[in-house]
Design a protein. Structure first.
Length: 277
């Protein structure tokens, strides 16, 4: 029986087991998906013994994504560009491969919900400069975004990200993020602001074009204050749950040999777990 897991510290909040166990049941795969709470001081030893522990691979969540990339024998272009890995698997020779599927997950969901997100090549505004923002930015540039404006509470992090991302990316001061919305075609919150238990995201949408798309990577709550405000003024909105669901697809296929589908039934299954979260 093939086994996979999600590795994090903490890891109890992860909804990856709900997703993968749903697919295991749906497709009749004889397999298991488990949670592994691994403290930072033990992660290197744990990853080096992943195969010995009987795992075909793993998802990796905070704070271990950079370490997972560093310890892998091989990494794909996305993981290298983003600087972190969230999916690991072994090849037939026992070599540990690393990937980052967050960009794939975000862009797949965005393209499904808002296929015209890049119409006219208008600027995209990304809030945040952490790991999630790096993944989103990688996806946007690969997807054809001509100009991306980054705003982050710590401006030096935004400037560092822009510096390694090429001439299409520039920085906007956090205090001027509302002004940057004028003429943009897509606004993305790639911070944790607005998440359950976190401070709210404070942004004025007054200058946002009526036909712009607003996306949020936060999925708890499913409709954030940002998405509610955008929807109230008529903007098309894209929630964060789709990114979570789609990023899980490549790993499941690697470990269990079946390419799973993200369906309304799967979404409803996960939404149930968000009630009261």
């Amino acid at each position: 029986m093939k086994r996979a897991c999600v590795i994090g510290w903490p890891v109890e909040h992860s909804r990856s087991p709900l997703i993968h166990r749903y697919w295991l049941d749906l497709y009749g795969v004889e397999g298991a998906y488990e949670k592994e709470a691994v403290p930072p001081e033990e992660i290197k030893v744990f990853l080096r013994s992943l195969g010995v522990r009987g795992y075909a691979g793993a998802n990796v969540t905070l704070p271990h994504k950079e370490t997972a990339l560093a310890l892998a024998d091989a990494a794909d272009a996305a993981a290298k560009a983003i600087g972190a890995a969230n999916t690991l698997w072994f090849d037939e020779q026992g070599r540990l491969h690393a990937s980052n599927t967050d960009a794939y997950g975000f862009m797949t969901h965005l393209s499904e919900e808002a296929p015209d997100w890049n119409r006219g090549g208008r600027p995209v505004v990304v809030l945040g400069a952490g790991g999630a923002a790096r993944a989103v930015l990688h996806g946007l540039l690969a997807g054809g975004a001509a100009k991306v404006l980054i705003a982050n509470r710590s401006q030096h992090r935004a400037e560092a990200l822009a510096k390694v991302s090429g001439p299409s990316v520039s920085v906007v001061p956090w205090s001027e993020k509302g002004k940057a919305l004028a003429g943009c075609g897509l606004l993305i919150n790639a911070t944790s602001l607005g998440m359950t238990g976190k401070p709210p995201l404070d942004i004025d949408l007054a200058l946002l074009p009526a036909d712009a798309v607003v996306a949020d990577i936060v999925y708890s709550p499913l409709e954030t204050r940002l998405l509610a405000a955008a929807k109230a003024r008529g903007n098309l909105t894209v929630d964060g749950l789709g990114m979570l669901l789609h990023q899980a697809v490549p790993g499941f296929e690697r470990w269990f040999g079946v390419r799973p589908k993200v369906t309304p039934a799967l979404r409803a299954h996960i939404v149930k777990s968000l009630v009261g979260a």
